[in-house]
Design a protein around this ligand. Sequence first.
Ligand SMILES: Cc1cc2nc3c(=O)[nH]c(=O)nc-3n(C[C@H](O)[C@H](O)[C@H](O)COP(=O)(O)OP(=O)(O)OC[C@H]3O[C@@H](n4cnc5c(N)ncnc54)[C@H](O)[C@@H]3O)c2cc1C
Length: 439
Amino acid sequence: MSRPAVKVVGGGLAGAEAVWTLASRGIRVILYEMRPRTSTPAHKTDFLAEVVCSNSFGADAPTSPAGILKRELRSLGSLIMECADKARVPAGKALAVDRDIFSGLVTEALENHPLVEIVREEVTSIPEGPAIIATGPLTSPSMAEEIKKLAGEDYLSFFDAIAPVVEADSIDMAIAFRRGRWGQEDDYINCPFTREEYEAFIKALTTAERAAPHDFEDSPSWFEGCLPVEVMASRGLDTLRFGPMRPVGLPLPGTDREAWAVAQLRQDNKEGTLYNIVGFQTSLRWGEQERVFRMIPGLERAEFARFGVMHRNIYVNAPAALDPFLRFKGGPQDLFLAGQITGVEGYLESTAMGLAAALNAAALLLEKPFPRWPRETAVGALLHYLGDAVERRFQPMNVNLGIFPPLAEKVRNKARRAELTALRAEEALAPLLEDLAGR
Ligand SMILES: Cc1cc2nc3c(=O)[nH]c(=O)nc-3n(C[C@H](O)[C@H](O)[C@H](O)COP(=O)(O)OP(=O)(O)OC[C@H]3O[C@@H](n4cnc5c(N)ncnc54)[C@H](O)[C@@H]3O)c2cc1C
């Protein structure tokens, strides 16, 4: 009996990667892409793997977390990486692409593959398996409703309101202090401001450059309930001091005196290597976030694992909704989720989740065990984050040093830490590459 074709829904970065991964293993694929008949608020072309915003795929240095991910994708035969390398434009240490050449190459490769059929229509219900859903952060409304049914009512989000996340060991604990409000458990790290520091900070915050709003993000329903910190600050000098930065119940260490204001940081992952700045969801430009948030006492040398964002983004609460193989818990065993919608963030992170889902689907069809990704690899670290993040506060994550397991020894120098992490990732990937090559 011939093997059934895998249906892939969504021909974005993850979907295109998934199709290629399957077809390269001799598996027939039907790809459903709704553009150009129906588009999303951000896509402009009918290309597969359209890059909707920046043309940068991030750092390419082999020792950077994004570079580690790129190396893994390349060594697994990634179509997205192959086309990105061919469409490369000068961008210093980053990998940036000519977006039309890049998406054109991906489209051509898939259109010309004998095992790939491309159907240009919107899919409005979950297809019979084997299937991969890769409909992205701007999934069409009818499909989003279907996904909600599988993920569970409370486990599908429609927008991001993310506060910046910093690496724990870049916080200056000679200035910041641990304490819970009103003597509760010491779960929070508090950064205390003097009046002068606070006023200078508010001035910088309210005059910093904001990311250009996308026209499709007009009047978002989250706006009143979850205001960007810079908007709150612009409502009055004391608004933050009486809101997320209130110092009450947080006396300075060894005193009964409170600071003028306090920025609180809350643990963001189980290992305690990452902390988010509570209530600081923001739409400031990333460079501006670095400049302004380093004015927070104790964060002068903070390393940002991820910046804050506020935009439309449909994603599942992965730790609650997905099993370790990117399937819905309790859902069909031959239905996989891929891309940004799994709860990762970023072009290549989405691509990686397309590759991982496709390798799982291939294993199922070829009756092989699911690939086991060591957590020391970048793909493994992302998958582990999806399974193990704190469910109650789950937010999409990009690849960064904080999601890799800590090194056996504490290494203060960040460059050295990255280098050792990269070496360890390379070693950890080798057995998986061997296993996949033998299939
Ligand atoms: C506005 C915006 C800007 C972003 N900018 C960046 C950035 O600059 N850098 C970065 O690293 N990341 C960025 N991201 C995050 C993310 O990396 C990208 O969205 C990335 O394209 C996600 O890949 P994906 O394959 O999961 O989804 P997509 O690339 O969006 O692909 C999903 C595909 O599914 C199709 N589709 C949707 N519903 C259906 C359906 N029912 N039936 C058939 N087809 C369907 C869509 O048309 C689309 O082609 C941005 C996200 C958004 C929303």
